[in-house]
Design a protein around this ligand. Structure first.
Ligand code: NDP
Length: 453
């Protein structure tokens, strides 16, 4: 049987585009469908505009710190609408680049929703196409909890278009998105109350990191309300009122016009016609094997729609591994070990490898922890009590570094380099034998001598 395409990709986000281009490089005839803007969550509603807003949010502190270095006071104010417009212009520019990249790779782009008719046939609205292999790369979308008045909350999808600037905002959730936006908005001058149901933000991260970031956020003026259940959101004359349950009592948080619901994301697999295929899902996530293959042998899935590790570089890596395997004749799987990740909070944090708790579960007593916490040199003249925290976890018997965690300026940039060492199996002795770059904060990673535990 001949098909219109060797590969048809549903979803032109980070994973879908990378896969389409890699498969086309191998000579495959590739089509891709996208009903929204090219680039998916990362480019349009996630990493890229978020990081630009992180940069924007740092300026007030920089202006303040400059005074410690002899600069005169900076009188500056934020034009919120201009910031939002400029961030979105950059997103437009990237959309254009993606279109050109796909055109240059001879990938045929369909700006429409795609739906399975059967395992090899895709409905594109005005026409149907057939493909030998199909890749599902439809990503995820914000999940909204079932509470009264949730329609008065926005999600991270809408925040990049929010006008005018809110004065007070309530952020629901203590994960990556909730914490990053709490810090961005706080830096941009918004009064932020962040509501979490546990006692600490960023569940799943190393406990020392969680404590350090949370304390840093509180020091910067974010009001974190802990141990509460969301009950309802109501519109009021003052804006919105979020009711929170605390044991037998109910408390309220009043925000300007909006609250940001950041309580997790769900795979975007509804209305895809998956029921016409043999693809199996669990809680909406497409089930795949280590080669990203679904229960329907010609259909594969990568990225957030599989709900494995919901990070852009993971989706890209999964997609390229699939293309190399199926179209490049080089079978390989994605390695999920030692995936570095960062949280662009203020203070920033980054991590690779096992948390202390995970290491303890895995190695028992056969491990040690190196830890340091200090004021980085930059803050001495700036006269700020900002701290950097570093933590290295080592397996005793092999001397292997199994986890590295950092909170402090440039943590993402520093941990990216450290991650190469951890991924390649570096030992603590290798760290110790490395000459530090002086003066830098990062050199502390190669001068840690005495374990604290
Ligand atoms: P997360 O899964 O990271 O966090 C969800 C948060 O919402 C948790 O604090 C959770 O609390 C809380 N929560 C869940 N349900 C409820 C509820 N019913 N009531 C109150 N609180 C609730 O989700 P995010 O939306 O923050 O991020 C989604 C994914 O996006 C991340 O997992 C990450 O992979 C990716 N991402 C990565 C970024 C990066 O790499 N820098 C940046 C942004 C997103 P609890 O801890 O108690 O369960």
């Amino acid at each position: 049987m001949t098909y219109d395409y060797d590969l048809f990709v549903i979803g032109a986000g980070s994973g879908g585009i990378a896969t389409a281009r890699r498969a086309a490089e191998y000579g495959a005839r590739v089509g891709i469908a996208e009903s929204d803007r090219l680039g998916g969550t990362c480019v349009n509603r996630g990493c890229v505009p978020k990081k630009l807003m992180v940069f924007a949010s740092h300026f007030p502190a920089l202006f303040e710190e400059a005074r410690g270095y002899g600069w005169s006071e900076v009188q500056s104010s934020l034009d919120w609408e201009m910031m939002i417009t400029r961030v979105n212009h950059e997103v437009d520019r990237l959309n254009g680049i993606y279109q050109r990249m796909l055109d240059n790779s001879k990938v045929e782009v369909f700006r429409t929703r795609a739906k399975f008719i059967d395992a090899h046939t895709i409905d594109l609205g005005e026409k149907q196409v057939t493909a030998d292999k199909v890749l599902i790369a439809v990503g995820g979308k914000p999940y909204l909890p079932h509470i009264l008045g949730i329609e008065h909350a926005i999600t991270s999808d809408e925040i990049f278009h929010l006008k005018p600037q809110p004065k007070r905002i309530a952020i629901l959730g203590g994960g990556y998105i909730g914490c990053e936006f709490a810090c961005i908005l706080n830096g941009l001058g918004v009064e932020v109350t962040q509501v979490i149901r546990g006692d600490r933000i960023l569940r799943g991260f190393d406990d020392d990191i969680r404590t350090e970031i949370q304390q840093g956020m509180i020091n910067h003026g974010i009001n974190i309300v802990k141990g509460v259940q969301l009950i309802a959101i109501e519109k009021s004359d003052q804006g919105v009122t979020v009711s929170l349950g605390m044991g037998d009592t109910v408390d309220t948080v009043v925000a300007d016009a909006v609250s940001l619901a950041a309580v997790g994301r769900k795979p975007n697999t509804q209305n895809l016609g998956l029921e016409h295929t043999g693809v199996k899902c669990r809680d909406g996530a497409v089930l795949v094997d280590e080669y990203s293959q679904t229960a329907e042998p010609n259909i594969y899935a990568v990225g957030d729609c599989t709900n494995k590790v919901n990070l852009t570089p993971v989706a890209i890596n999964e997609g390229r591994a699939f293309a190399d395997t199926v179209f490049g004749g080089m079978p390989r799987t994605m390695s999920y070990e030692n995936i570095p990740t960062a949280v662009f909070t203020n203070p920033e944090a980054a991590t690779v490898g096992l948390t202390e708790t995970e290491a303890k579960d895995k190695f028992g007593e056969d491990m040690k922890v190196f830890y340091t916490r200090f004021r980085p040199m930059y803050y001495t003249l700036a006269e700020k009590d900002e701290k950097t925290m570093m933590k290295v976890i080592v397996q005793n018997s092999t001397d292997k570094v199994v986890g590295v965690h950092m909170v402090g300026p440039n943590a993402a940039e520093i941990i990216q380099g450290i991650a190469i060492a951890v991924k390649t199996g570096a030992t603590k002795a290798n760290f110790d034998a490395t000459v530090g770059i002086h003066p830098s904060a990062a050199e502390e990673f190669v001068t840690l001598r005495h374990p604290v535990r």
